[in-house]
Design a protein around this ligand. Structure first.
Ligand code: TRP
Length: 463
């Protein structure tokens, strides 16, 4: 038995349709906003020229993020199905089925990676609670991070805890869990980050960091910067894999997809920019290196938090919010895996069984990644990277752009674009330009830009 309609899908997934329009927006924003914004964005900006990276990133968000997010939501709403079977359902044939497979595979590769970093948050939530980093200087904070993350057992435990929590949330269905949680916590995250912005701006020497992050130095824009920024755009917005297709499937038919995408993108970008405005002034004020890499945020934030009023409670509160922001993203990632397993089994496995299988498989991947970083397999290198690093690079610079490219071609060229449901459509006169612009962007701009960035990044073709 296969879930053929939206209702069946929703029933199968334990009534996980969202209760309200706000619920969809919050859940989609919850999926988008996470470690990608607060951890990955600042460290990549730091390694790739600061302001130059920010500029290219913002362009990517407008050119790729917006049309792709809209497309995914529209496909999902039209098909009423998860990523895995939506392509077949919409096109009516099997030619695009590989894209469902490809997306599921990509989500699978990224999920283990994401849980490992979520594990770092769990560790820092613990560190903040026991106040272990209080009074530490720049070098001590760096050494502290290295010591923590090279403790294999600790990293395994910290990585597996969020897998179990996410599994528990999925076990009980989507709507009650995520919706209620995000309604309260997302606004709190904004407030906390704003307070931290105020604190760092009061630090002596914060101007240098602000300039580094906000004033682009155009000479820093290289093919590698463009490729990293494009990858980060897909990663941060969770677009390009069809993940939002699953969310679109849960969306009420009368909800405006354009508005929903716009709000999600705005919130996601705002959090990334806020994170940059917290990190960079502090980097310069405390004498860190902006190109520190993945540990950047985990060493700079404790430095900032120590200087907050009510330092201890601010630290605990912040890492708790960061952990929850990460959880709303892991929920969306694991949900794709759970639904894929359910659909793969043609209805033989129910939601609970799929959650159990997904949990086991993800725990195993987390273990493999952790061991590839610190443990017995740390010597194992593929193309000069550990498995952990490789999974990130592979996903953001290759797997996500490829599926984004395919998705824009699929919709732009192979779908009946007169279909009102697949293209943003509005009766309102002032919005009439939206439709042709959307079609043109999907047909030409997105695919050409992705191919150019790709060839350019590989050095096959130099702009
Ligand atoms: N966008 C999330 C973040 O910024 C991560 C994420 C959630 C994601 N779901 C995804 C990334 C799907 C890629 C694909 O933290």
């Amino acid at each position: 038995m296969r879930a053929n309609s939206r209702d069946e899908l929703m029933e199968q997934s334990n009534k996980s349709g969202f209760n309200s329009k706000l619920g969809v927006i919050l859940a989609a924003a919850g999926s988008a906003i996470g470690l990608g914004n607060i951890w990955k964005f600042p460290y990549e900006a730091g390694q790739n020229g600061g302001g130059a990276f920010l500029l290219v990133y913002l362009i990517c968000v407008i050119v790729f993020g917006m049309p792709l997010l809209m497309t995914e939501i529209l496909i999902g709403r039209k098909a009423g199905k998860s990523t895995f079977s939506a392509f077949r359902a919409i096109s009516g044939n099997n030619h695009w089925q590989w894209l469902g497979w490809w997306s599921a595979l990509t989500v699978f590769v990224i999920t283990g990676f994401y849980f490992v970093v979520t594990g770092w948050c769990v560790d820092y939530l613990y560190e903040a609670t026991v106040n272990s980093y209080a009074g530490m200087g720049t070098n001590e904070l760096l050494a502290h991070f290295t010591a923590n993350t090279s403790n294999t057992l600790k990293m395994l435990i910290c990585g597996i805890i969020p897998v179990l929590i996410t599994a528990a949330i999925l076990w009980f269905g989507v709507s009650s869990g995520i919706e209620r949680l995000s309604k309260i916590l997302m606004p709190l995250l904004f407030i906390m980050m704003t307070l931290m912005v105020i604190r760092v701006l009061l630090l002596e020497g914060s101007g240098t960091g602000l300039r580094f992050f906000l004033a682009p130095d155009f000479s820093q824009i290289t093919p590698a910067v463009v490729m990293t920024a494009a990858g980060q755009c897909f990663f941060s917005l969770s677009v390009g894999l069809g993940l939002m297709i699953t969310y679109g499937a849960y969306m009420p038919k009368d909800q405006d997809a354009t508005k929903t995408s716009f709000i999600v993108i705005l919130l996601d970008t705002l959090v990334a920019v806020l994170a940059g405005i917290i990190i960079f002034p502090a980097v310069f004020a405390f004498g860190f290196n902006p190109a520190e890499g993945p540990q950047l945020v985990f060493v700079v934030l404790p430095a900032v938090l120590q200087h907050m009023t009510f330092a201890w409670i601010s630290g605990v509160f912040f890492f708790l919010l960061l952990f929850i922001a990460a959880l709303t993203s892991t929920i969306s990632l694991m949900e794709v895996i759970v639904v894929s397993i359910m659909e793969l089994s043609h209805g033989k496995l129910n939601r609970h069984q799929s959650v159990l299988i997904a949990t086991a498989v993800i725990c195993a991947t987390v273990a493999v990644y952790v061991l590839s970083m610190t443990g017995v397999w740390s010597g194992l290198k593929l193309f000069g990277h550990s498995l952990f690093d490789l999974s990130d690079t592979l996903v953001t610079t290759f797997m996500m752009p490829l599926s984004a490219l395919s998705m824009s071609l699929f919709i732009g060229w192979f779908m009946p674009l007169q279909d009102k449901d697949l293209v943003p459509y509005s009766q309102k006169r002032y919005k009439q330009w939206l439709r042709p612009l959307f079609i043109f962007t999907l047909r030409w701009i997105v695919p050409i830009a992705i191919v150019l960035i790709f060839l350019n990044g590989l050095g096959i073709f130099n702009l």
